[in-house]
Every structure is written in structure tokens, then in C-alpha cells.
Write a new protein. Structure first.
Ligand code: NAG
Ligand code: NAG
Length: 473
């Protein structure tokens, strides 16, 4: 077995945010209707019934996206072990720390002019707090597997029989390559094996001429195993022959009942790159507003049409991440009184696996101050982990909250959906769902709460990422 301890990486969290219905009724003025959302108290209570979305593309190549902890997930609850909100936010910080460590390594690599760098192991990062999952079919005959989907990493892997070292418990039967007629091992001398170095951050190993991958998401979560090739079935019409993936023989971590991970990053081995000739490196997803709803992940163009506002992709943050340029924000129609250089100095990536959007502290403090000034009729309450602007809304049946708009470069001013502004730990602690970084130079991250119900379109050859409102419910 290969070098499982020389590995590293990112990744983790996410969670259940309860959300909200918007109505145009009951506003004191046109101005309020324009700049505020009305949320009903009932919208903060999670539903135990799955309500699949009826909007979104019904095209081929479209997979249903569900929240791992919600009633639409097939995971049984004992398998998933729901975390409380504070645990979710703690794990979210671990993911952010590991993303930052990876970017620091990328910079170090560039500085070393291409010489190989061993990645520092980073502690505490886990993947188990409940990300969004999709179900794909692997092998012949095909076996269904639920994978966490992740725009922040590249390699797709699943646990594989015979689990030579260790497999954690997962909901579906563990994939058995020996029972599939289409599985092949990848040779150590192939260029595909060498591509693992940039996709995983680790030099591949070799065992009886079979290529060995290893990927680590922190000191507790990793997968090591054979690098293989297999038939991947997304939908009955979307079948990819010879898809490269990790067939994990030693898997540990809090992947929470899922069978592994689907890597949607920008690097060579991601599903986006591997399906380039079929889907042209274009994909879209929509994350549902609440865990009792469903969203989608779809490959190829055709989502959103003229509703999509595009912002240029930048190459500034390594080979895996999708980096965007944020220039400013507004709250309730008031533009934050800070220079766009605050955002440009930090840079920003969009990530499906980070829960809470991270901002430079200068930007966060302006955001929080402006938000508070527009929420004075609601009583502030104690902080919730990394969230410091929290309200006790128990005495209110409906709540007016200011709209938040992100000003992306390319003139893409995109309003955050009403479900993407607050993060509730029950009605007594409802918090502004943004957090500051430690330093203005730390990378900003556009997280998954703020992406909810927005169709997010990734067009790699077009060098752009687009946002369209109302992509799913
Ligand atoms: C893949 O390679 C490993 C290590 O050489 C071997 O144990 C396994 O049987 C191979 N699997 C297949 C399907 O060839
Ligand atoms: C709710 O209203 C009651 C009665 O007016 C009051 O005593 C209590 O402090 C209020 N709670 C909050 C959180 O504002």
C-alpha cells in the first residue's frame, strides 16, 4: 500500500439551513419591497418530508442533488449521524483552513519553480458534516453509489472491495471491481497515473505494476487504493466509458455513509476534464433551499439561458479551484462603504463544500454593521460559533431582512436568494450567514449557503461562471 501519510488535502462541511418563503405582501413601502425579503417564522423549521423540486432542467446528464442530512437523502439517519449546528460550523472552519493550506502549497510550488513539494499535513479537516450528494452508477452491471460532490477537488473515488486495509460503513454495498466486467487497473507507467500528482497533491505509488493513488482531506480523512478505469453511468443516456477513479482500499474519515467523492475541480482528472469531449467542460448545479428539497447537477450547456449573469473565471488560485473576482456588495440597497481593492487583494473562490461565505475582515465588518443597522427592530443574541450577528426571533411571526447583492466583475450584480442570508440554530438564534477571515490577505470563499436556489453555471472554455436566480426550490 502506498504512502498514505504523505498525503493531504482539503474539504469538508456543510449542512442544514432552514429557509424561507418570500412574499411581496405586508411591506410598508415600495422601497421596502425592493430592498427586503419577508420570511415567515415557519420557514426556520426543518421539514421531515421530502419535497422534490419541480423546476430545473429535465435534460439528459442531469443528476438529482440532495442534502445528506435531509429527508430526500437515502442515507439512514444512524449512518449519517447528524451534527449539531456548532459542529457543522467548526468543521466548516477546518475545510476553510485546509483550502488555505493547499493554496499556500500552490504558491510555494510556484516559488520553487516546479520542483516537487511535500504537502504539509493539516489537522482537523473532515468531510463528514453533510455535504450535497448525487447518485451515480459504476461498473457493469452498474451499481448505484452516492457520492459527495465537490468543486474544490479533482479525483473521484469510491470505497472498493476487498477493502484491503479499511472501509468505513456506507449506505450502499461497497463497489466490487472483481464483479464488474468493465473495470481495469491503471499501470504505474501511464501518464494518467502521473496526473495524480497534481490532482491529489501526492506522488502516486506502485504495487505489482498497478498505480496507487492517495488523497488526504486532513489528518483523519483519507482514501488510498488502486487507480482504475471503469464505466460511469450518470443517467441512462449519459454513460462514460473508461472513467478514471480511485478504487479505495484504505478509507477513513467522516464521509458519513456516502460511498466516496465526485471531484468537479478544474484539474486533469476531474470529471469535468475527463468528460471534456462529451460536455465541453460545462456543468451547472443548483443547491436546494432546504434539506427537504432537491436540486440538480447537470453536465453540458443549456442551463439558465438569458437569465444567467456571467463573471470571468480567473486562474489566480491554483489548478483545482474556480476563482472569481468580487468587487463589492450591497445590503438592503446600501453599497458597503469599502474599496473594491479589499476584495481584490484577498481574491475569492467559489466552493460547493464550504458552508458559510468567508470575507476579508474589513468587508465583513462593513457588512455586519450595515446589516445590523437595518435590523434594529430585532433583538441581538449570542454568537453562534463563527457567526457573530445573531438574532432571537421568537417573538416575530414574520421577519423583514435586507437583501444582499454581490457585485462580481463583468458587471454581474447577483442577488443572494432569501434562503442564502441567514443560518438558523432554531428560532432563538438566527444569524447572518457570513464570516470574516483572520486577515485581509486570506482568500475569500463563496460558500454553499449563499448559492442556494441559484443555478450556478461553470463554463471553463468560456472562462466564466454564471448565476441565475430561481434554479431550484
Ligand atoms: C488490480 O491490481 C491489484 C494490485 O496489483 C490486484 O490485486 C487486483 O486484483 C487488480 N484488479 C484487477 C481487476 O485486475
Ligand atoms: C418576547 O416578548 C416577551 C413579552 O413581551 C418579552 O418578555 C421577551 O423578553 C421577548 N423576547 C425576546 C427575545 O425579545
Amino acid at each position: 500500500m502506498a504512502s498514505s501519510n504523505s498525503l493531504l488535502l482539503l474539504l469538508s462541511s456543510c449542512s442544514l439551513f432552514f429557509v424561507l418563503a418570500v412574499s411581496r405582501k405586508g411591506f410598508a413601502s415600495e422601497d421596502e419591497a425592493h430592498h427586503y425579503h419577508t420570511l415567515q417564522q415557519s420557514s426556520f423549521i426543518p421539514s421531515s418530508i421530502c419535497n422534490p423540486s419541480t423546476i430545473g432542467p429535465k435534460k439528459s446528464g442531469s443528476l438529482e442533488v440532495v442534502h445528506k442530512h435531509g429527508p430526500c437523502s437515502k442515507m439512514s439517519q444512524d449512518m449519517v449521524q447528524p451534527l449539531n449546528v456548532e459542529q457543522i460550523l467548526t468543521q466548516d472552519q477546518s475545510r476553510v483552513d485546509s483550502i488555505r493550506a493547499r493554496l499556500a502549497v500552490n504558491t510555494a510550488k510556484k516559488d520553487a519553480l516546479g520542483s516537487k513539494t511535500t504537502l504539509p499535513a493539516k489537522s482537523g479537516s473532515t468531510i463528514g458534516s453533510g455535504n450535497y450528494i448525487v447518485t451515480v452508477g459504476l461498473g457493469t452491471p452498474k451499481k448505484d453509489l452516492s457520492l459527495i460532490f465537490d468543486t474544490g477537488s479533482d479525483l473521484t473515488w469510491t470505497q472498493c472491495q476487498p477493502c484491503a486495509r479499511s472501509c468505513y460503513s456506507q449506505q450502499e454495498p461497497i463497489f466490487a471491481p472483481s464483479s464488474s466486467t468493465t473495470y481495469t487497473n491503471i499501470s504505474c507507467v501511464s501518464t494518467d497515473c502521473s496526473d495524480l500528482t497534481s490532482a491529489t497533491g501526492n506522488t502516486p505509488g506502485c504495487s505489482s505494476s498497478t498505480c496507487i493513488y492517495g488523497i488526504q482531506y486532513g489528518d483523519q480523512s483519507f482514501s488510498v487504493g488502486f487507480f482504475g478505469k471503469e464505466k460511469l453511468t450518470l443517467t441512462s443516456k449519459d454513460v462514460i466509458d473508461g472513467f478514471y477513479f480511485g478504487c479505495g482500499q484504505n478509507n477513513q474519515g467522516l464521509f458519513g455513509g456516502s460511498a466516496g467523492l465526485l471531484g468537479l475541480g478544474r484539474d486533469k482528472l476531474s470529471i469535468v476534464s475527463q468528460t471534456a469531449s462529451k460536455y465541453g467542460k460545462v456543468f451547472s448545479y443548483c443547491l436546494p433551499s432546504r434539506s427537504s428539497a432537491t436540486g440538480y447537477l447537470t453536465f453540458g450547456s443549456g442551463v439558465g439561458g438569458s437569465n444567467v449573469k456571467y463573471t470571468p473565471l480567473s486562474n489566480s488560485q491554483g489548478s483545482s479551484f474556480y476563482a472569481l473576482d468580487l468587487l463589492g456588495m450591497s445590503v438592503g440597497g446600501t453599497k458597503l462603504p469599502i474599496s473594491s481593492t479589499v476584495f481584490q487583494t484577498s481574491g475569492m473562490i467559489i466552493d460547493s463544500g464550504t458552508v458559510i461565505t468567508r470575507l476579508p475582515p474589513t468587508a465583513y465588518s462593513a457588512l455586519s454593521k450595515t446589516f445590523r443597522s437595518q435590523m434594529t427592530k430585532y433583538p441581538l443574541t449570542k454568537a453562534l460559533s463563527i457567526l457573530d450577528t445573531c438574532y432571537d426571533l421568537s417573538n416575530f411571526t414574520s421577519v423583514l431582512i435586507p437583501k444582499i447583492t454581490m457585485f462580481w466583475s463583468g458587471n454581474a450584480n447577483v442577488e443572494i436568494a432569501s434562503s442564502g442570508i441567514l443560518y438558523a440554530n432554531g428560532i432563538q438564534q438566527v444569524c447572518l450567514a457570513f464570516a470574516p477571515n483572520g486577515d485581509d490577505s486570506d482568500i475569500g470563499i463563496f460558500g454553499n449557503v449563499q448559492q442556494k436556489t441559484t443555478a450556478v453555471v461553470y463554463d471553463v472554455p468560456g472562462g466564466k461562471v454564471g448565476f441565475a436566480p430561481g434554479g431550484c426550490a
